[in-house]
Design a protein around this ligand. Structure first.
Ligand code: DON
Length: 356
C-alpha cells in the first residue's frame, strides 16, 4: 500500500515536473506559480507538495557537515532535524519533515531588519549610505573585510552590517529597539508571537567577544549609530528568535509578494524597496559562497548558523529549509541541497532555469 502510494506520488511528481520543465524547455521561461497551479489542476496533483516531499526524502540520509559550535548551545541541537517548506503568494504552505521545530533564526533575520530600516528612513538608500552594499567575499564575521572596505560595515547581511542595521532602528531606548525588531520579524512571519530562545541568547551573548569587537570598531569608525553594547545585545536577541521552517517560508513569501505578508495582508516593506533588498541577498546572502549559490540556484537567499535558509522566487513564492549541519562557510548542507533541488526542478532561477 505504502509502495503503491510512493509509486503514485512519484508518477504524479514526474508528470507535474515534466509538464513544468517542458514549458521551460519550449519557451525558456521560468515556471510561474500560475503554471504550477495549472499543472496541479490538470493532474489533480499538487506539484509543490510532491516536490517538498521528494526533496525531503531525497536528502534525508545526508549527514555531511556539522552543527555550529562557536555558539555552544547550537552544538546540542539534534543534528538530524530536517524540514522543507514552500510558501506561495496566496498564503499556502507546503511542508515536509520537521517543519514545526523551533530553531534560532540567526543571520536569516538580517535582511528583515534591513527592511525595517528601509521603511523607517524612506527607502533603501539609507542602507547604501550608512552600511554599504558590497559583498565581501569573506566570512560572515570577518574583521579583515571591515578594514579593507571604506564603508567599514560593508553590507547588512554580514555581522558588522547587521549590528549597524540594529543600531539604525529609530528607537526610544533599548527595550523599544528590541520590541520593534521582534515585531518586525513577527510581521514578516505572519505570526502573532515569536519567542526569544533564552538559552541561545545566553549562550551567544556570554561568548560574543568577536561581535563585541566588531561593534566597538564600528563605533570607533562612526559606522555604528547607537551604543555598541546595546546594539550588540539587541542584535544577539534578534539572532536568538525562535522560528519554524513554516515561519521562514512565510517570511520569504512576504518578499516574494512585493513586501506584503500573504497570510495577514500586512505590508512589511514598500514594493519599491524589495528589489534592492533582494539584490543584496543575491550578492551577499551566502557570504563567501554567494557566487557559487547564485551560479547554482540563481535565487536571492539568506542563510543562518541555526541551519535555516530561505530563497525567494520574486513575485511567486519562497522555498525554506532547515537542517543544523553546516558546511565550512556556515551554510546548512541539507537545506542548500533541498532548495537547490526544488529550484532546479521548477526552473525558477531569476536569470533563467538552472536545471537540477
Ligand atoms: O553573530 C553571529 O555570529 C550569529 N548570531 C549569526 C551568524 C550567522 O548566522 C551566519 N550565517 N550563516
Amino acid at each position: 500500500m505504502r509502495m503503491r502510494r510512493t509509486i503514485r506520488s512519484t508518477m504524479i511528481l514526474a508528470l507535474a515536473v515534466s509538464a513544468c520543465t517542458a514549458g521551460v524547455a519550449k519557451d525558456h521561461a521560468p515556471v510561474t506559480a500560475a503554471k504550477a497551479a495549472a499543472v496541479a489542476a490538470q493532474t489533480g496533483a499538487e506539484p509543490f507538495q510532491a516536490l517538498v516531499d521528494d526533496a525531503h526524502a531525497r536528502f534525508a540520509g545526508v549527514s555531511d557537515g556539522k552543527n555550529a559550535d562557536y555558539i555552544p548551545v547550537l552544538a546540542t541541537i539534534p543534528s538530524d532535524l530536517y524540514g522543507v517548506a514552500i510558501a506561495t503568494r496566496d498564503g499556502h504552505v507546503y511542508a515536509a519533515g520537521d517543519v514545526d521545530y523551533r530553531f534560532s533564526v540567526q543571520s536569516v533575520s538580517k535582511p528583515f531588519t534591513a527592511a525595517l530600516v528601509m521603511q523607517q528612513y524612506g527607502g533603501p538608500e539609507i542602507i547604501a549610505q550608512k552600511i554599504g552594499v558590497e559583498p565581501t567575499g569573506m566570512a560572515f564575521n570577518s574583521k579583515l573585510a571591515l578594514e579593507i572596505y571604506k564603508a567599514h560595515s560593508v553590507n547588512p547581511l554580514v555581522n558588522a552590517g547587521a549590528i549597524a542595521a540594529v543600531s539604525l532602528v529609530k528607537a526610544k531606548n533599548e527595550k523599544d529597539r528590541w520590541q520593534q525588531i521582534l515585531a518586525n520579524l513577527e510581521g514578516f512571519a505572519g505570526s502573532e508571537k515569536l519567542p526569544l530562545l533564552e538559552k541561545v541568547y545566553d549562550s551567544e551573548y556570554s561568548t560574543a567577544w568577536g561581535n563585541r569587537g566588531i561593534a566597538n570598531l564600528l563605533y570607533n569608525w562612526e559606522r555604528l549609530y547607537a551604543d555598541p553594547e546595546e546594539s550588540l545585545r539587541v542584535y544577539t536577541k534578534q539572532c536568538s528568535v525562535g522560528i519554524t521552517t513554516r515561519d521562514l517560508a512565510m517570511m520569504g513569501a512576504t518578499l516574494a509578494n512585493g513586501g506584503v505578508n500573504p497570510k495577514t495582508g500586512k505590508r512589511m516593506l514598500d514594493e519599491t524597496s524589495v528589489p534592492e533588498l533582494l539584490a543584496v541577498m543575491l550578492t551577499a546572502g551566502f557570504y563567501d559562497e554567494s557566487g557559487r549559490w547564485s551560479f547554482d540556484a540563481g535565487l536571492p537567499s539568506k542563510t543562518g548558523v541555526g541551519g535555516g535558509i530561505v530563497a525567494v522566487v520574486p513575485g511567486r513564492f519562497a522555498i525554506a529549509a532547515f537542517s543544523p549541519r553546516l558546511n565550512e562557510a556556515g551554510n546548512s548542507v541539507r537545506a542548500q541541497k533541498a532548495i537547490r533541488y526544488i529550484a532546479g526542478k521548477l526552473g525558477v532561477g531569476i536569470f533563467g532555469p538552472n536545471p537540477e
